[in-house]
Design a protein around this ligand. Structure first.
Ligand code: E4P
Length: 196
């Protein structure tokens, strides 16, 4: 299972990358805002540190605007994965950008059928949000399991990127179920990393 780190903190990414723990990075507009830096500048720096996929999220809501924004983000570096929301416009954007040859991460997935649509639209990654399902008294890891079964049934190559990881048990469960990737924030304490 691959580990992506969910942050725009360049120092934390570099430290974990040196440890061999970083297979990729996910960012979102709130994480970029927290870094206090320009999105293009910080994303370019991250892409220079990590050789794996670096997700950069569009903020536009309409497909035409998302496509233009996604193409601009994809110009930053060859390892950019354009992150789009799982809306109808996001799926249209996914179809176009994946057709252009770019990696696309379809995020904010809360159901297995949504994951099926994303795979059919050519997503490189699907990001189901485990923790947020747990927040509403559902079992987020059940969703990972359902998506794994569906993708395996039909040989979809879209990678399951388990997001909204909140605790160590989520990591273990995702590894057992067969999620391809988990993304989690850097450990808040070096003495007791959140994932261990
Ligand atoms: C990943 O791409 C998401 O930004 C992240 O996992 C969301 O996690 P949260 O539900 O803890 O905000």
């Amino acid at each position: 299972m691959k580990f992506f780190v969910d942050t725009a903190d360049v120092a934390a990414i570099a430290e974990l990358n040196d440890l061999g723990m970083v297979d990729g990075v996910t960012t979102n507009p709130s994480l970029i805002l927290k870094s206090g830096r320009d999105i293009l500048e910080v994303t370019k720096e991250i892409c220079g540190i990590v050789s794996g996929p670096v997700s950069a999220e569009v903020v536009a809501l309409k497909a035409d605007d998302m496509i233009a924004e996604g193409r601009k983000l994809a110009e930053i570096a060859p390892n950019i994965a354009v992150k789009v929301p799982l809306t109808w416009d996001g799926l249209k954007t996914c179809k176009v950008l994946s057709g252009d040859g770019f990696m696309v991460n379809v995020t904010l997935c809360f159901s297995a059928n949504q994951a099926l649509l994303a795979a059919k639209a050519g997503a490189t990654f699907i990001s189901p949000f485990i923790g947020r399902l747990d927040d509403i008294n559902l079992d987020g890891t059940d969703l990972i399991s359902d998506i794994r079964t569906i993708y395996d049934n039909f040989n979809f190559t879209t990678e399951i990127l388990a997001a909204s990881i909140r605790n160590a048990n989520h990591v273990t469960q995702c590894a057992m179920i067969g999620a391809d990737v988990i993304t989690a924030p850097p450990p808040s304490s070096k003495a007791s990393p959140r994932m261990c």
